[in-house]
Ligand binder design. Sequence first.
Ligand code: LRH
Length: 492
Amino acid sequence: QKKIHVLAIDLGASNGRAFLGRFADQKLEIEEIHRFENRPLTVNEKLCWDFDSLWDEIKTSLKKAHVSGGFDSVAIDTWGVDYGFLDREGKLSEMPVHYRDNRTDSIPEQVFRIISDFDLYRLTGNQILKINTLFQLIASKKERQFEQAQTLLFMPDLFGFFLSGNLYSERSIASTSQMFNPVSLSWENAILTPLGIPRSLLQDVIPSGTIVGELRQELCRELNIPQSKVIAAAGHDTQCAIAALPSNAPDIAFLSCGTWSLFGTELDSPVLTYESMKDDMSNELGANGKIDYLKNINGLWLIQECRREWRKENSCLDYSEIERMANESEPFRSFIDPDDDIFSSPGDFPQKIQAFCTETGQTVPTDIGAIARCIYESLALKYRYTLDQIQKNTGKKHTALHIVGGGVQSRILCQFASDSLGIPVYAGPIEATVFGNMMIQLTALGAIQNIQSGRSIIAESVQIQKYVPHEQGKWNAAYQQFLRMINKENAS
Ligand code: LRH
């Protein structure tokens, strides 16, 4: 069989990476060819994507991939919800704003006066989060950005336009927007019209894994590379990661673990009940057309932000050292709700965690180990809270959890997840987003049949680490303590 080369470019919260995949004889080998920073810029007091530098890095990735053996196709994925506007000439009309900017702080409440939260949920299935595209768009509208804008493109589609010159809206990323109906698989006019969002801004939606065109000729000339196909894989990084679950067992519980913790399971149809909305569950479209019924939980962002602060004193502090200190700290002293609003924007997290513990009448963690332990335990307990909600809303029972993504490297978190849930955890692959992006490209190219075959190939080619639950009695007691804290918080 001829070798097929695919290039996956993944723009993540801490950095962007380009990987070249070589596929032959039903085996996929991946090689990292480029890594670069992806830091937000502050422009006019707004947190923005550093679009120009990212576009330069993408071009460097294309050149490096050419030198490393060339590629038949390329696909870009990014985090969900963010977008950019093109003007009448097809030029970027503003720097795309980063969802961590606080411009949407009071927007959801303003929107609920026109459409209730339950109507938004029933029509889109998206967990109501102030970062969702819909709320960002209302902020853009208030800032009069619509005046210049002719076209809205979600970030992976925006880079796809720069690569191919074609306009489209890939389905997985559209389904993070709170404007897309997961049943009719179309933009939801019952939301767009009353909120004054012109349908003409939005592109027609195409399924994940569509070949959208070829690299633009001028771009190939500029970089001195041959043409190759541009594919809309799953534009949404989470959906790439889920496509790479190393198992085809039914009713898998998964955790796509990185800056965010996306905890959920695959379903054939969405759950759009009031109870599901109250449980903060999302229904997002997977690359295989299934519904990913999941919760967005603030993930290793909490540790990343603490480390940023601690590094001001100790510039060498790395994650393994933080985990070692957490391991040596006393268990179950205090818990936070990882999704409390104070943890949504950056800045002095150790202090924020201490403030949360003070306000909830708990022991205040003072050193690095105690704060980190509080975070890891709280995340693991929030996973159990979420699994209970999922099982209640779907009537299904899950007997194992698959963890994929960078968080697989956090052994303490994988172990605590198993302990807290009382089920085995299978951890790996770390590079799930890249594997998934590539498998979806290979499906589009006809080299593999479907996502299911891709998952079998991944299961055979990567190492999976198994964790089994320990100390069940203690974790059950801790969960009761966590529930009391979280229910009190929700009530207040
Ligand atoms: C994870 C992720 C997640 C959310 C968030 C904004 O990277 O894509 O699924 O959408 O970022």
